[in-house]
Design a protein around this ligand. Structure first.
Ligand code: ATP
Length: 667
């Protein structure tokens, strides 16, 4: 044992030893922290040292005190009691500084010591933006939408798929059609629908079915190819013909047009394309669609791989055509989705969706049933084994007449049908979207907006609030005039602005015929005086005409034998005639959706186009308000046509008007 230093008790020694250790630890900690905050703490350290120096002195003094205190009991009581010295305050107060040697006060560092915890001052969080607030409560899928800028294009590579998933055959087909680059909507849709993983391209995906898709993209932006190309690419791997793609469209004219697109891009693929519109007799269509009508087949029978149809005729076939089955569908396309979803015709959507799903409670078979049905069949027995099990889609396997023993057959499988919805004016009605029973839907929105998060939110908000995007190459004007001046304004626009290749929209088939007749009388009256005759051909196009007549009129308009086509909203949607340079809304559209689709017949695929809307004075307020609500009023410039411009046309107009009256009086 170490000898105790003279004059100190053991307790005192222990105390001093611990004190030394504490000092050592303190010093080493100080050194460590001083490396980190050396610069900041220069002054502070000085200060601390000065303090700690004093502290040491103090400690020594304290030690002496303690020593003395310990000695007290040993010494005589007579000795006068020393007054304990006052403890020095550790904190420095102004008097201390004055009284003692001047100690420089440490400069306050603006940054807090690193070693000390910092507590942020309470602050109000930033208020969420208007767009963020408006998106609250919206469908998550819509909020997660992919926003595609309209200017985004992608060249189609000469070799390889270039990450787009296009086969050599498809690339050749597109090049032959003059398509060298993909438009914005196609740049995102194609890689999504044609993933590089072959499993994701399979015709059946019963355990991991594909996600459904909703697309909102402006008119003329190439939505048809955005779905037609992936359908053709994926179905080309099929061996047996089954109905695997169903495209539903609102009008017969669109069915004809979309069929042409499919035929153009599926050359050499062996895919069979059919249509059902009611243009031909029902039995004729049945013969075109189904191969075997005689026996009822569990998996159906189909002569076509792709069927393009209107909803009415589709329902007729679902109800009445034997072996017409939708169980093998890989794609269900609803083009012009908002218009079709607004049609409740025979509950077409409910019926179509239910035809793609297997029945929930199939007939269960037991081994006993099976034995009986094969050895001694009874009419009430489940279908015998000899029916055509090979034709069933995987999701329908549990309908097979096998015993109900857990196996691959009875395992739950999903239908592989992928729903694809398209429109330039996609519906915001959540009820209608819910009715589609979408599976983990992915939204694609082609919209002009900034690429940051706020821009994306605004783009989604525009879809929700029906602020539709127009083609960038479209110029829009409105002409406000009296009801009497309307035909004059129309004649003026045609003659003064050299308006050929124009589509003119009226409110009804009757207005269409009337305007065409008036224009013809006007032209006759004018021709009788004018030396240079402008041979402008105007034609009415309405639902009154037979489909074959309509088809031939459209052909003549496409080949520019007809210069002006006057129609109702029958062809305001979807119709693609590339050379239409002007759209005149002779009767102003009643809602924004109609306006978007009408004006969208021009300025397609990046071409220039003009849209003029003739607005009667009493309708002007409504029209402007409609534009304002859609955030679009500033885009529609006012075109002023003065009385002096119309005056020369009045005599011929009066003649035409009286001729028209006579005609109506006679009929
Ligand atoms: N990548 C492309 N390159 C060149 N032209 C294209 C391309 N994609 C599509 N087109 C052409 O653009 C035109 C418009 O395409 P489409 O009819 O598919 O437009 P849309 O978006 O469906 O319009 P709407 O909403 O009016 O129906 C068509 O003539 C089509 O052939």
């Amino acid at each position: 044992m170490e000898a105790a230093p003279k004059g100190k008790t053991k307790a005192k020694q222990r105390y001093l030893k611990r004190k030394k250790e504490r000092r050592k630890i303190k010093k080493s900690e100080k050194q460590r922290s001083s490396v980190l905050v050396k610069e900041q703490n220069d002054h502070v350290e000085e200060f601390e040292e000065s303090i700690s120096g004093e502290g040491e002195e103090e400690e020594e003094e304290e030690e002496e005190e303690e020593e003395e205190e310990e000695k007290i009991p040993e010494k005589s009581e007579k000795r006068p009691r020393k007054r304990p010295r006052k403890r020095r305050r550790l904190s420095i107060e102004p008097e201390d500084v004055e009284m003692n040697e001047p100690v420089p006060l440490p400069e306050r560092s603006s940054t807090p010591l690193a070693a000390l915890p910092t507590f942020p001052l309470p602050a109000l969080p930033n208020a969420p933006s208007k767009a963020a607030l408006a998106l609250q409560g919206l469908d998550k899928a819509l909020i997660d939408a992919e926003i595609i800028p309209p200017s985004k294009t992608l060249p189609i590579p000469h070799d390889g798929d270039g990450g787009i998933g296009l086969s050599d055959k498809m690339r050749k087909c597109l090049t032959d059609l003059g398509i060298t680059e993909l438009f914005a909507v196609q740049t995102s849709l194609l890689p999504f629908l044609l993933p590089s993983d072959p499993v994701r391209k399979a015709l059946y995906q019963p355990y991991n079915p594909p996600r459904d898709v909703c697309v909102s993209a402006p008119t003329g932006s190439g939505k048809t190819l955005a779905y037609a190309v992936p359908i053709v690419e994926i179905l080309s791997s099929r061996i047996v013909t089954r109905l695997r793609a169903l495209v539903v469209l609102p009008t017969r004219d669109l069915v004809v047009q979309v069929r042409e697109t499919f035929e153009a891009i599926s050359k050499g693929r062996g895919l069979k394309i059919g249509t059902a519109t009611g243009q031909h007799s029902f039995s004729h269509e049945q013969a075109q669609l189904v191969a075997d009508h005689s026996t009822s087949l569990q998996g159906g029978s189909s002569k076509v791989d792709i069927l393009i149809c209107t909803p009415g005729r589709l329902i007729d076939h679902l109800k009445e055509t034997t072996n017409f089955s939708l169980q093998h569908l890989r794609f269900l396309v609803v083009d012009e989705a908002d218009r079709l979803l607004a049609q409740s015709f025979q509950d077409w959507l409910v019926q179509v969706l239910s035809a793609t799903r297997p029945p929930k409670h199939p007939l269960k078979h037991t081994l006993k049933d099976l034995w009986r049905s094969t050895s001694n069949p009874h009419p009430s027995d489940p279908a015998p084994l000899t029916s055509t099990p090979d034709a069933l889609a995987p999701a329908f396997f549990h309908l097979l007449p096998y015993p109900d023993i857990p196996s691959f057959i009875t395992e739950k499988k999903e239908p592989s049908c992928q729903k694809l919805l398209f429109s330039a004016t996609l519906t915001r009605d959540p009820g209608k979207i819910t009715a589609l029973e979408l599976r983990n839907p992915k939204y694609f929105i082609v919209q002009k907006s900034s690429t940051d998060e706020e821009g994306g939110r605004n783009a989604i908000l525009d879809v929700v609030t029906e602020k539709f995007t127009m083609p960038a190459t479209l110029k829009e004007h409105m002409v406000i005039c009296s009801a009497y001046e309307k035909p004059l304004v129309f004649f003026h626009l045609v003659h003064t602005h050299n308006t050929l290749n124009a589509l003119v929209f009226t409110k009804s088939a009757e207005s269409t015929n009337r305007l065409v007749q008036l224009f013809e009388f006007f032209q006759k009256a004018r021709a009788s005086e004018a030396r240079d005759q402008d041979n402008i051909v105007v034609q009415a196009y309405s639902s009154d005409l037979h489909i074959t007549e309509r088809k031939s009129i459209l052909e003549s308009f496409k080949s520019q034998k007809i210069h002006i086509l006057v129609c109702s909203d029958l062809i305001s949607r979807g119709i693609d005639i590339s050379h239409v340079s002007h759209v005149i809304s002779y009767d102003s559209p009643v809602d924004m959706r109609k306006y978007v689709h009408r004006v969208g017949r021009t300025a397609r695929a990046g071409r220039e186009g003009n849209a003029w809307t003739v607005v009667e004075e009493q309708e002007a307020r409504h029209f402007k308000l409609m534009m304002k609500d859609a955030n679009h009023l500033s885009e529609v410039k006012r075109l002023r046509i003065g009385e002096q411009d119309l005056a020369p046309l009045i005599p011929h107009y009066e003649t035409a008007l009286s001729n028209l009256k006579d005609l109506y009086a006679r009929s």
